[in-house]
Write a protein that binds this ligand. Structure first.
Ligand SMILES: Nc1nc2c(c(=O)[nH]1)N[C@H]1C(S)=C(S)[C@@H](COP(=O)(O)O)O[C@H]1N2
Ligand SMILES: [Mo]
Length: 534
């Protein structure tokens, strides 16, 4: 792990400076006095105790948070670098979770850059596909979100919110006094948490529910190609897409830091009684709550082990569950957002990470050797007018240029100017038959496990104005590395959907009609989702 010094200082300062201030205050003025805590919150609607919904919601939240953190770390390790800029130029990262410095003397693809992760930490662990980690992440995110919404609604429906929401600025002063105690390793007299929290505790819980959780929810979609290429203002809220990604990561760190401190405080301030509060909803010193609570933590461990097992043994089943649950929601929320965001020439990235295996076939090498003069794009399948087009034919059919932001499933991004034939024009030429719903793009290049790379798009998606059959990148003919002679640009989707080194296009009835029936090479071999809007 490597971290830029400035980033380290920025991250440590908010932790170290307050502790330092607390130590100084203690040294010069002694421990601040705390107001005698009233036994209960006052007022008619003041809550006491923890109802069953709250205790169950607390547990469910813990379970899905653990799954989210573990699958999230696995996703991160697929591109173990965090940047403040959207170009992801090697050497500009502020955090690196890999010892590798990107070699400059040879091609180093983003896939080469992915790292292993212990299955004790990552879900699924080792170097499984980022596809399965994403399925776990998105499935967990939906259940976590649903649980959180129910929790917040009930919080306000029952008066329990009064435990969390500070009712006067005095709470800040009091919270600081409590902090000075903790930071100098003193335990102040605690109110009984069954009836009310101390001021710092209240602020911390408030921040987790009303700041950290919404931030996690808001920064997640800032990584979605469909959303950011439709609403350019969205990733600008944090600054850019990579800052959104970094914040999503730091948010996770904050959750984990809270978890560690929270559990430690539960233990130090009266473990047995506290466990009864949150497990059984009783306020006594019986050990049952502790035993049941430990059992519940054991259950979370077992469920996590099962998740890892399922990821390795039944990846296809997980892929299909995600397709049944996540895909419809994504289709409803994101697939309708037609991409339109454009950047300026000045925004073009100095370096665009390459991905995929260069074609090795004699056929492609021969074509490349004579500048693809002999190349013919074969368009066939369910069309009224099958064609074979030379590069000149394709150029003559029309050209559109767009400067867009590329999103790889691994997490990196980059801006480039793409020139090519709008897919809509090609569709108009070949006239798909009514039963044709999907176009499959076959590559000269091979996938990671051998065999030609291919992927597919719905015709609806290919009619988006930013769906191009690109033959230029940054005003130059497409380079061999980036997909010569032709590649796809479909800006509401992740990079893996944009087949490079295109050999042929075939129109078919559905994604079930080719390969192993999942929609593309990576969907078939790496269990990726077939709708790649996020
Ligand atoms: N034939 C082929 N096309 C491919 C791939 C591949 O492995 N083989 N990788 C995809 C992925 S994962 C990405 S992110 C983009 C990368 O495009 P670039 O190399 O131009 O940045 O290409 C896509 N097209
Ligand atoms: Mo990718």
């Amino acid at each position: 792990m490597w971290i830029r010094r400035k980033a380290l200082v920025l991250l440590l300062a908010p932790v170290v400076l307050p502790i330092l201030a607390a130590c100084l205050q203690r040294a010069f003025f002694g421990l601040p006095s705390l107001p005698p805590t009233p036994f209960e919150l006052s007022g008619a609607a003041a809550p006491s105790g923890f109802p069953a919904w709250l205790r169950v919601g607390h547990f469910v939240n813990f379970l899905f948070l653990v799954l989210l953190v573990r699958s999230g770390l696995q996703i991160l390790m697929d591109h173990p670098r965090l940047y403040g800029n959207v170009h992801c130029t090697p050497g500009t990262e502020w955090l690196r979770l890999t010892p590798v410095e990107v070699p400059r003397d040879r091609v180093w693809t983003a896939k080469d850059d992915a790292r292993h992760l212990s299955p004790w930490i990552g879900l699924p662990g080792y170097r499984h596909t980022v596809g399965i980690a994403r399925h776990w992440h998105f499935l967990s995110a939906l259940f976590w979100l649903g649980n959180g919404l129910i929790f917040v609604v009930l919080l306000f429906g029952t008066g329990q919110w009064r435990r969390l929401v500070p009712d006067s600025p005095r709470v800040l002063v009091e919270a600081w006094s409590v902090f000075v105690h903790y930071a100098t390793l003193h335990l102040p007299r605690e109110p009984n948490g069954f009836y009310r929290y101390n001021a710092l505790q209240q602020l911390a819980y408030f921040a987790v529910v009303f700041v950290l959780a919404p931030l996690a929810i808001a920064t997640g979609p800032s990584m979605s190609p469909a959303l950011t290429n439709r609403f350019r203002w969205y990733p600008k809220l944090p600054g850019n897409r990579q800052i959104g990604r970094s914040l999503h990561f730091l948010n996770m760190c904050a959750f984990v830091a809270f978890l560690v401190v929270h559990v430690a405080m539960v233990a130090v301030t009266g473990l047995v009684r506290n466990m009864n509060h949150i497990v059984l909803g009783t306020d006594d010193a019986h050990p049952l709550g502790l035993y049941l609570g430990l059992g519940a933590i054991g259950l979370v461990v077992v469920l996590n082990a099962l998740a890892n097992w399922a990821a390795w043994r039944h990846p296809r089943a997980i892929q299909h569950v995600a397709r049944a649950i996540v895909t419809p929601i994504m289709g409803f929320l994101l697939d309708r957002a037609t991409p339109c965001a454009e950047f300026q020439r000045a925004d073009v990235s100095p370096f665009l990470w390459p991905n995929g295996k260069m074609p090795t076939s004699e056929e492609w090498k021969g074509l490349a050797a004579e500048n693809f003069r002999g190349y013919r794009l074969k368009v066939s399948g369910l069309v009224e007018n099958p064609v074979e087009l030379s590069l000149d034919d394709i150029r003559a059919l029309g050209k559109k240029t767009q400067v867009t932001l590329h999103h790889c499933i691994q997490g990196w991004s980059g801006i480039a100017a793409w020139g090519g034939l709008p897919m809509a024009e090609l569709l108009a030429l070949v006239r798909p038959k009514p039963e044709a719903w999907v176009a499959v793009f076959y590559s000269f290049g091979e996938g990671l496990e051998g065999g030609a790379y291919y992927d597919s798009h719905s015709l609806a998606n290919l009619r988006h104005p930013q769906a191009l059959l690109a033959y230029e990148m940054n005003d130059e003919p497409l380079s061999a590395l980036h997909g010569a002679p032709l590649r796809l640009r479909v800006e509401n989707q992740l990079g893996f959907k944009m087949v490079k080194w295109i050999r042929a296009i075939e129109f078919v009835t559905s994604h079930k009609a080719f390969g192993e029936g999942e929609g593309g090479y990576n969907e078939d071999h790496e269990f990726f989702g077939e709708l790649a809007n996020i």
